[in-house]
Design a protein around this ligand. Structure first.
Ligand SMILES: O=C(O)CCC(=O)C(=O)O
Length: 279
């Protein structure tokens, strides 16, 4: 399993991340990582630990399972977050000289799952402020656009819009009052022909990843494949200008509490947010 990048991150990739709020990075994780992480994430009936939520619409032929903070219980996912190239990829694209691990999240859609992932940007879910909180969304199965490939609105990270945080799978009383007041994210799939927007999506091979900015608007559709699950692992990191805001939703990293860090300062705690990369 490779710890170092398999090839350097290019200036072009850095520019794309800055301008579009997302960049597709191909082939940075070796086959061993991807086979292992797919087995870890989907074993035990897609129950690798952490907080697991299932979308359970009776008329959906497939299940949409999302899980967070698996790494706090699952040493393989912790190892991936800390020792795979994901941390260096995120740090390099953010342009920070030190990056800390934030948390991990699994997105699993069985073959034929109709459930979309609602359009959203990530920062409104989180107790952070700042732009340097990057997600590395790693495809663990081949994910062509039609099989629930992620779609981004290019440049939307510069809109400075905090959209209402719609959880990937339904949750009661998810948003706290501050976030409850955020405007609903438009249904951008109805705007695909609108030339005012630049929609970005990619046919992904297993082992390719998308790295996105916390304000980049994104979502995904159904998994049209009738034989291949769509499995993706997002690992998230922060550095640079990231500071503590306090909870906007019920989302909470295990081991933290709302008043544990001073607002407006980077949350420094090596147990919950270990340093994973230094320039
Ligand atoms: O995989 C998906 O459908 C959603 C991924 C996502 O929203 C994220 O990683 O931030």
């Amino acid at each position: 399993m490779n710890r170092d990048l398999l090839h350097p991150i290019t200036e072009d990739e850095k520019r794309t991340y800055d301008e579009d709020g997302v960049v597709c990075i191909r082939g940075q994780f070796d086959r061993e990582w991807i086979d292992h992480m797919l087995a870890v994430c989907t074993g035990n009936d897609v129950n690798p630990g952490g907080a697991r939520h299932e979308q359970s619409d009776a008329d959906d032929p497939g299940r949409f399972v999302a899980a967070t903070h698996m790494s706090r219980e699952n040493k393989d996912i912790w190892n991936f977050a800390l020792n795979s190239p994901a941390a260096e990829i995120a740090a390099t694209l953010m342009g920070v000289d030190e990056a800390r691990f934030f948390y991990d999240q699994l997105f699993f859609k069985e073959p034929g799952t109709l459930a979309p992932t609602a359009w959203h940007n990530d920062l409104p879910f989180w107790p952070f402020d700042g732009g340097d909180v990057a997600s590395v969304w790693v495809a663990l199965t081949p994910t062509p656009k039609e099989n629930s490939g992620l779609v981004y609105v290019g440049g939307s990270h510069k809109w400075n819009k905090m959209y209402y945080p719609e959880p990937a799978t339904p949750r009661d009383n998810f948003a706290l009052p501050e976030a409850e007041a955020f405007e609903r994210c438009p249904a951008f799939h109805k705007e695909f022909d609108n030339p005012d927007y630049r929609f970005l999506s990619w046919d992904m091979e297993a082992g390719d990843c998308l790295v996105h900015h916390p304000m980049a608007v994104h979502g995904s559709g159904k998994n049209a494949s009738l034989d291949t699950p769509r499995v993706a692992l997002s690992v998230r990191y922060f550095g640079g200008d990231a500071t503590w805001h306090g909870k906007r939703t019920i989302f909470e990293v295990p081991g933290t509490s709302d008043d544990m860090f001073p607002v407006g300062k980077m949350p420094i705690n090596d147990d919950v947010f270990p340093v994973v990369w230094r320039a």
